[in-house]
Design a binder for this molecule. Sequence first.
Ligand SMILES: [Zn+2]
Length: 201
Amino acid sequence: MPDARTHDMITYATAVALAPLSQVAQVSLLGLPQLAAWPNSAWLVIAHIISGVMFSPDLDLDSAIDNRWGIFFWIWRPYMWLVPHRSFWSHSLVIAPLLRLAYFYVVMIGLIIGGTWLLGLVGIVVPDYHTQIVRALSQISADHPDTVTAFLVGFCTGSAAHSIADWLVTGGKQILRRVGIRVTRDYRNHDRYVPRYRRRT
Ligand SMILES: [Zn+2]
């Protein structure tokens, strides 16, 4: 499997390639004018990079990716425990990235509700941020459906670039093995994976 740095390079390279592709698709298939298509392409590329770098399929493993979340790495712990490594739930092309996005959304809303409740216990009244966020997001989807679609497509392509690279490398190793070249199956270095208890802080 490519390591995190290789996956990052693949993410950035595919993002650059996607920008003109997205423009062509919107102009020729959807009939949008060039100028109207640019913001959607920009969102697609941004989502592609965020998805590949921060919401990588390898969040199903205690790897370099959850370290990128800094002190918030624990947000992904339940995901890591529940989702088997390289399974359909983390490495499929469409369901997996959307599941990660939904998971992140649910965790964020849950944390805000929990925080509001805890502050309420000590007498601090906080505005209902969770309902405001839900309302704002549904408003954005209603007002800018094209932008939201572009973001979701980019979020899926960012994840797909990772999964496809994984599959290609695995397939390549199997072919090498079939022609008699032994490739060791080794997870020790996968995404520079180091068990948390052995990591330097
Ligand atoms: Zn992977």
